[in-house]
Design a protein around this ligand. Sequence first.
Ligand code: ZN
Length: 291
Amino acid sequence: MPVRCQRTIRNETTARGIGFLTGADVTLRFLPAPENHGVVFQRVDLSDQPCVPATHEFLVSRQRRTAISGNGATIELVEHVMSALAGLQVDNCLVQLDAPETPGFDGSCQPVVDALLLADFENQTATRRILRVARPLHVTSEDGSMIDARPFGRDGLTITYMLDYGSNSPIPAQSYTVDVTPETFVNEIAFARTFILDSEIASLKALGYGPRTTSHDLLVFTADGVLENELKAADECARHKILDCIGDFALTGCDVQGYFNAWRTGHQTNHELMRQLKDVCVDKDRETLVA
Ligand SMILES: [Zn+2]
C-alpha cells in the first residue's frame, strides 16, 4: 500500500439500529469532511452537540469495548464503526449520532459498510499519514494474551489472529490471517459478528446492559454450539477479532503498516500497542511515521 490520498464520502449516508448497552434506538449519520479532519463523532442528542475526535487522546478505559470521551460527551462502542471507516479507507468523516453508543446491528459492521458503499467515495488532495512498524514491539496482558508488531518486507497491513480459549470452551480454537485492503475487508472481515458465552450474559444483564439484545443480534456460544443463530464462517470469531483490531488501530489517525500477530487479545492490548507505536515515532510531522 503506497502513499495514498486521503478520502471522504461523496454523499451523506445513514445507518440505524439498537444500542447493545442501553437498548436505545440509534441513528448514525455519516457526513463528508474536509482533508485532515479525521473521524469525529458528534452527539446531536446533547444540547450543545459536542464533538469528540476518534483518536487515542480521547480514549477512555472500558472492559471489552472501545469508547471515547471529551468535550462533555462520551461515545461507547466506536470500534466497529471505526473499523468500517478504516477498512474502506474513509479518513475524513463526521459521524453524528443521537445516543451515547453506536448501534450494535447484528454484531458486525456490515450495515455501516453497506451505508458507506452507497455514499460512494471522494479522493482528496492531502496524503494519508502512515505509521510504519520499524522494529518489533510486543504487548502482553495479565491474562496471558498478547499482540506483537513486526516490520514487514513490503507496504501494507497484515494481521493474524489466533483464538484459543482452551479445550473446555464452546468456542473452538481458530485463526485467520488477512492482508487488509478495502477488498479483503469487504469480502472477508466486515460480516464477522461479535460473540459472547451464554455464561457471561447474566452478569451483563445484571449491570443493565443489553435490554433489547437477543441471540439474533450477536453470536451466543453454549455448550451445544451457537444459540439460535448460524456461523457465517467456521473462523468467524477470529475474523471478528481482526475487525476489532482494525477499528482500534484506526485511532492512530494513520494507515498502520506492518505485520501484527495477535493471540487472544482484546481492545486494551490493541490500544496499548498503538500507544507504544505512536510514542516511539521520531517525527510526528512527517508523512510517514516510523515506529
Ligand atoms: Zn467487536
